[in-house]
Design a protein around this ligand. Structure first.
Ligand SMILES: Nc1ncnc2c1ncn2[C@@H]1O[C@H](COP(=O)(O)OP(=O)(O)OP(=O)(O)O)[C@@H](O)[C@H]1O
Ligand SMILES: [Mg+2]
Length: 275
């Protein structure tokens, strides 16, 4: 059987050799719990100076084009987001919002144009450099949570911090702090499947912020939350982006959510229309 690769957006990959396993899940869990990371495909040198210098421009998109088959999904998109700036992205279903986010985080390659994150052109990066940039400089809160099912809530967040080499004491402090801020201190030892959708999303938000990235991409982060916890999450994103100078690109269908944004842009049929 071929080697299997498990992808965790924004965190990295785990490669598993199926000829040598009890069960894939248990093996991943064991490795993560023991911190051994034997087969873990860490694509950069965690000992080196890994943090990309903070750029005043967190994100630059120039003439971005992307088609799926005959369908032009992104048509010459230009967008600039400054460090610490919060930008709302709205638009009808199917207009290309998630595709733009996937291109920004390097999951989807562009057909034309360029995307720079923290001053680095994604297309010029080798695979390992791209992984490193994503893991250290971007945070993700997507429609599906991508939590590791075999790790509890605390471990899911701690794991992201561990991957960028944050020391144990600092990790525990940061994670505990974030759980307090997302209002889940009493749920830290729960596995994801023992959390509500909204609680899972709050864990995903804590995970997206624990390594203090320069840019957070959020695709309808409050879509599964009730009004009150949605509001808490938005306020949290706002206060953290202010204090840590984290730029935020927030996709939402809800005008009310854009109250935390400095500006709102709208996408229609793959183009950004006037702000
Ligand atoms: N991998 C893919 N292959 C083919 N077509 C795709 C793919 N991903 C997206 N599309 C198409 O691209 C268009 C834009 O999709 P996208 O998910 O970016 O929209 P969206 O604005 O995020 O919509 P929503 O608000 O419903 O989440 C859609 O017509 C979709 O069907
Ligand atoms: Mg979408």
């Amino acid at each position: 059987m071929a080697e299997k690769i498990l992808n965790f957006h924004g965190i990295g990959q785990i490669r598993i050799n199926p000829n040598n396993r009890k069960t894939e899940k248990n093996k991943v869990l064991m490795r993560v719990r023991l911190g051994l990371l034997i087969n873990f495909h860490i694509l950069n040198d965690l000992n080196g100076s890994t943090k990309v210098k903070k750029s005043k421009i967190a994100l630059e998109v120039v003439g971005a084009q992307k088609s799926f088959g005959q369908v032009e999904v992104l048509k010459a998109i230009d967008l600039e987001i400054l460090a610490g700036e919060r930008v709302g992205l709205m638009g009808p279903s199917g207009s290309g919002k998630s595709t733009l986010l996937n291109c920004i985080c390097g999951i989807e390659p562009l057909d034309e144009g360029l995307i720079k994150v923290a001053g680095l052109d994604l297309t010029g990066l080798k695979h390992g450099e791209l992984e490193k940039l994503r893991r250290e400089n971007m945070g993700y809160v997507f429609q599906s949570f991508h939590l590791l099912p075999t790790l509890n809530a605390f471990e899911n967040v701690e794991f992201a911090a561990q991957l960028v080499g944050i020391e144990k004491e600092e990790r525990i402090r940061r994670v505990t702090d974030l759980f307090e801020q997302v209002g889940l201190s009493h749920r830290m030892d729960h596995l994801p499947n023992a959390l509500s959708g909204g609680e899972r999303q709050r864990v995903a938000i804590a995970r997206a912020l624990v390594h203090q990235p320069g840019l957070v991409l959020a695709d309808e982060p409050t879509g599964s939350l009730d009004t009150e916890s949605g509001s808490q999450v938005l306020e949290l994103l706002k206060s953290l982006s202010s204090t840590l100078e984290v730029a935020l690109l927030l996709v939402t269908h809800d005008h009310e959510s854009t109250r935390i944004c400095d500006r709102v842009i709208t996408m229609k049929d793959g183009s950004l229309i006037a702000e």
